[in-house]
Design a protein around this ligand. Structure first.
Ligand code: ATP
Length: 201
């Protein structure tokens, strides 16, 4: 099986830009956030269990999950939150594992903004952190999302401290130059990763 690289970084650090370039080099990429959405799609057993637990009010008219309604139900309700996490976490793990197993590249990438906070870093063979100075992170995210720098700063506060992320990093990509340079760095890392067995030197 391919070895697994966990890719993480703060909001607007450049995870997507980095993952997209690895993918263009032929590396199989799985996004943990996407997997979390797939497990509750209509027709999947988890959605039926959520409806049985919270009632039909948790669905949109079209039959899909009403995420804001669900968020409301678990907000400030640790018991309900725990029920939901116990249902979804194993399913998300299985979904990610299933997609990673399809990889034909020598290594595969799991992108997860919460790789460290969720403990998922323990399930990967190596951790790559995309890091940027906070001022750049705030400016790029505000420009991309057309929101205020203040709004971005409030999101930063609830994410794992940069130091905590860096503590778990095997490799750090400092994304403080232009996109062409970033691609070159991804290619350099890719060549290095191809020399590894099981993600280790
Ligand atoms: P999020 O966690 O919010 O999804 P992310 O970590 O995936 O963010 P990206 O979306 O890849 O970050 O990058 C944030 C923004 O910064 C994007 O608009 C991206 O195009 C831009 N960006 C990323 N790297 C660079 C760079 N080196 N130079 C200029 N712009 C960049």
């Amino acid at each position: 099986r391919p070895w697994i690289l966990g890719l993480t970084g703060g909001i607007g650090s450049g995870k997507t830009a980095v993952a997209d370039h690895f993918a263009s080099l032929g590396v199989h990429v799985v996004d943990a956030d996407q997997a979390a959405r797939w497990v509750v799609e209509p027709g999947r057993p988890a959605l039926a269990q959520i409806v049985a637990h919270f009632g039909e009010g948790i669905l949109l008219p079209g039959g899909g999950l009403n995420r804001p309604a669900l968020r409301e139900r678990i907000f400030d309700n640790p018991a309900e939150r725990q029920w939901l996490e116990q249902l979804l976490h194993p399913l998300i793990r299985a979904e990610v594992a299933q997609h990673l197993a399809l990889a034909e590249s020598p290594y595969a990438i799991m992108v997860s903004p919460l790789l460290i906070e969720s403990g998922q870093y323990r399930q990967v063979d190596r951790v790559l952190v995309v890091d940027v100075p906070e001022s750049l992170q705030v400016a790029r995210t505000a420009a991309r999302d057309q929101t205020s720098e203040e709004q971005v700063r409030s999101i930063l506060k609830v994410q794992a401290a940069r130091e905590e992320r860096l503590k778990h990093a095997d490799d750090v990509l400092v994304n403080d130059r232009d996109l062409a340079w970033l691609k070159g760095e991804v290619e350099r890392l890719h060549r290095f990763y191809l020399t590894l067995r099981g993600g280790r030197e």
